[in-house]
Design a protein around this ligand. Structure first.
Ligand SMILES: [Mn+2]
Length: 288
């Protein structure tokens, strides 16, 4: 019997299925090693921008199949749209079984408020993003709209769309500044809006950082990507962790230091890794 790590929430982003950069096999291995209650896909999972290339190998399809299997087996799958899969924004707030599509997400986690969004809304102008996003949900939707219009114009003019990888190619210094600004704006907004956690993707920089300013504090989290970093975020036992495929491999992730301050219930939950046998009734239904 396969032993799977139970996690309350797993977050992945920037998988870019359908591109040569995507490391689908590693991701599949990771997904096969966990049993999440919630799986949050925080944008740029399928790269619809670059779909024209007709590159979609079996391992990429397997990732999609695996996600569907999660949903079929009771995992709540939440697909948050990104810029490379912005076509899905048309279907925002759609629900199909255990899978839902949204542009942003707010969850309450053990009494704390968590704000999830991909992060490309900051692309146009970090300064504009700042005051627009102060408008809360409306501002966010408005930013998405501006981005879409800009991309539409770029397409019409035959110009290249804004892309971070392009920016990195142009200047490493520019990229570092962009990443710093991104993190600053995200955390300022989170504090402004009273979120304890702000969880993004987009910039392909895995990170977990407690940030504070005059007005309060928040925790910034970024799930990284499956192009270069092979990282995910996991929430379990009231805390977040960055899973790093290259460092953590598939070993038990909560070894040593975490076990020490676990309470009895947490420990029992952690030990119950064996899959629960499904009830007979359910099995019968499945056969039909
Ligand atoms: Mn993105």
């Amino acid at each position: 019997m396969k032993i799977k790590r139970k996690v309350e929430i797993a977050v992945i982003s920037d998988v870019h299925l359908g591109t040569y950069g995507c490391h689908a096999k590693q991701l599949l291995t990771y997904l096969n090693s966990i049993e999440p209650k919630k799986l949050i896909l925080n944008g740029d999972i399928v790269d619809i921008w670059q779909f024209k290339k007709r590159y979609f190998p079996k391992s990429h399809l397997s990732v999609i199949k695996k996600i569907m299997d999660f949903a079929a087996n009771g995992t709540e799958v939440i697909y948050i749209t990104g810029n490379h899969d912005e076509m899905l924004r048309k279907f925002a707030d759609t629900e199909i079984g255990n899978i839902s599509i949204v542009n942003k997400l707010v969850l309450e986690l053990d009494g704390k408020r968590a704000w999830f969004f991909h992060g490309d809304v900051f692309d146009i102008s970090i300064q504009n993003a700042k005051w627009l996003a102060k408008l809360g949900g409306y501002g966010y939707d408005f930013l998405i709209l501006i981005n879409r219009v800009m991309n539409w114009c770029s397409d019409k003019l035959g110009k290249e769309r804004y892309s971070l990888s392009q920016k990195i190619k142009n200047s490493v210094k520019g990229a570092v500044k962009y990443i710093n600004d991104f993190e600053k704006v995200a955390t300022d907004l989170a504090i402004e809006n009273g979120y304890d956690y702000v969880i993004c993707g987009h910039i392909h920089q895995p990170k977990m950082l407690q940030v504070g300013n005059k007005r309060g504090k928040t925790m910034y989290l970024n799930s990284g990507d499956w192009v270069e970093n092979f990282t995910a975020l996991e929430y379990q036992f009231k805390r977040w962790k960055i899973y790093n495929y290259n460092k953590d491999k598939l070993s038990a992730f909560y070894a040593d230091e975490d076990i020490k301050d676990m309470n009895m219930n947490d420990l029992i939950a952690a030990i119950t890794i064996v899959e629960q046998p499904k009830s007979k009734k359910k099995k019968k239904n499945k056969l039909k």
